[in-house]
Design a protein around this ligand. Sequence first.
Ligand code: C2E
Ligand code: MG
Ligand code: MG
Ligand code: MG
Length: 278
Amino acid sequence: RAKKNITDNFKYFAKDIEDKTTWRLNMIRRLRNDFADRKLQLWFQPQVDLVSEEVVGMEGLLRWPDGEGGYISPAVFVPLAEYSGLIVDIGQWVLEESCRRIEQLKDQGYGHLRVAVNISIPQFRDRCFVRRVTDALSAHDCDPSRLELEITESVVMDEPQIVVDALRSLKKHGVAIAIDDFGTGFSSMSYLQQLPLDRLKVDRSFVSDIKPGQTAVLAETIVTLGNKLGLQTIAEGVEKREQASFMIELGCDEAQGYLFARPMPFDDLMAFLGAKQS
Ligand code: C2E
Ligand code: MG
Ligand code: MG
Ligand code: MG
């Protein structure tokens, strides 16, 4: 009996893996086709100065239409794009698209705004990565400091030397660098000082810990660390007024979150900026 159960369990297990593998391969095939058909979109979420609430920049976020009026979450498809290697080409498109938008922003009188781009580890493994970034910048006549690369701790820990070297070289070109989702990965404390960082992004999970009457020790510690290292700090996922107020008290510089604006297509972002100005 026991033996039969084990055999049955194994069958279910094997079937489960097979289903998941089929699903993943299907998704990857659809993603490859849709990317080739130029169906991916790059949306933008404003980043604001916490005190003045003026827009200081934005983060580019991928959107994949599901063909039924909705979108497949990047939390689902970016890992598949990384696994399949597709992220190298998709990420290059994201970089070029961002530089194109930086140029458009400048033409519309928003030349002071920066655009942040998420970078995955396979992009760093490409030996031409640094040149790809600088080529994209010069093709659109961009001020390099308007482009910010967002790197998670896991990217740094995966290939410390490659990443440190590439970022140092990009920093020399004037590109800005932020550490994303800070505090959630295996911390790269020893690399923190080796990396040419400009900004530390306090992960959403620490910001959502901020509730009336409670102490948010981790948010506080991360902002203090950032300040001591001479970095700018930005709070991710600010949804409530009290979270913004608390982050101001801690000395956090900027914020990004639904309280201020959700990610939106570039044209909507231009309208949003125009409405804020008038
Ligand atoms: P991330 O880089 O940490 O991006 C921030 C995520 O938080 C975005 O999710 C954004 O929509 C969400 N967010 C912003 N404010 C709030 C808020 O107030 N409340 C809540 N609940 N969420 C908020 P999104 O767009 O689903 O992206 C998820 C992740 O997918 C990103 O996390 C990033 O890791 C990855 N991703 C997105 N676009 C790209 C890309 O172009 N390249 C790469 N490599 N990864 C990307
Ligand atoms: Mg990010
Ligand atoms: Mg983040
Ligand atoms: Mg995140």
